[in-house]
Design a binder for this molecule. Structure first.
Ligand code: G3P
Ligand code: CA
Length: 262
């Protein structure tokens, strides 16, 4: 069973590269993660979906309209169909042809950076309900990332907006810490959040701006905070001052400069 965070106030929020260094590079691609690592990100965030043939891949949206050179539904396309896609050329800053990453190839990259934390979010198209958590557990087991560990030592963290998905994953992989994601509109809905057993709460920055006291409240109940998506320097400083444990940002280089600054 994953142990709860001792929840001391962190000395400074850890920087999670949200979809990689995704402001400057196409999200969820190898180059975005390599750049995030070069910039010194302390953790990487990914979105996981299942293909029609059950392969976990890194894509945020249910279909590829926004980032792909062809429009496909992820859940009804095979890995082979998705493999032919270019999900990099659309990017306004760094346009280069990039393939869809499988979770397996992402974890191979991550293996070379054992000190970097992995924040793995499952997405929930109705047709694949439940199977994506099983696929994530299987991939983590393949890399030995599902072993019992205190959160302080644990590399992989599962997260979801879905309360059911977090609960389901805790049964599948009890040693892996979880994050219960929340938007501003439902940040209080999960009250009391500890009922879900997540080690961390994952509010949006809008939720924290409107209810900053939540960070202390959760800490007093043994839970840490992962706040997303924090790109603005004032928001980064707010998170730091509140003792937010982790900030998800599209601009890891800026976040590190701001958080380590005077
Ligand atoms: O890291 C959590 C955050 O990514 C949730 O929102 O839509 O960017 O996946 P979204
Ligand atoms: Ca996400």
């Amino acid at each position: 069973e994953a142990t709860h965070l001792p929840s001391p106030v962190p000395t400074r929020s850890g920087v999670v590269a949200h979809r990689g260094a995704s402001d400057e590079f196409p999200e969820l691609t190898l180059i975005a993660y390599q750049q995030a690592l070069e910039q010194g990100a302390e953790a990487l965030e990914v979105d996981v979906r299942l293909t029609a043939d059950g392969v976990p891949v890194l894509l945020h949206d249910p279909r590829t309209t926004r980032v792909g050179d062809r429009d496909l539904w992820v859940h009804s396309s095979t890995l082979e169909q998705l493999s032919g896609l270019d999900v990099g050329s659309w990017h306004p800053v760094h346009s280069s042809p990039e393939p869809v990453l499988t979770l397996r190839s992402f974890l191979v990259l991550a293996e070379a950076y054992p000190h970097v934390r992995l924040f793995l979010e499952t997405k929930h198209p109705v047709p694949t309900g439940g199977r994506v958590e099983v696929a994530l557990r299987d991939e983590l087991a393949y890399f030995g990332l599902d072993r019992p560990a205190a959160f302080a030592d644990s590399r992989a963290v599962m997260m979801s907006f879905s309360v059911m998905a977090v609960r389901r994953f805790r049964q599948l992989a009890p040693a892996v810490p979880t994050v219960q994601l929340r938007e501003r509109r439902n940040v209080l809905k999960s009250w009391p959040a500890e009922g879900f057993g997540a080690q961390l709460m994952g509010p949006s920055i809008a939720a924290i701006r409107s209810r900053p006291w939540l960070v202390d409240y959760w800490r007093s109940r043994g839970m840490g905070t992962y706040c997303w998506t924090v790109d603005d320097p004032a928001d980064l400083l707010l998170c730091r001052d509140l003792g937010v444990d982790w900030v998800g940002t599209n601009v890891p280089s800026r976040a590190l400069a701001v958080l380590d600054g005077p």
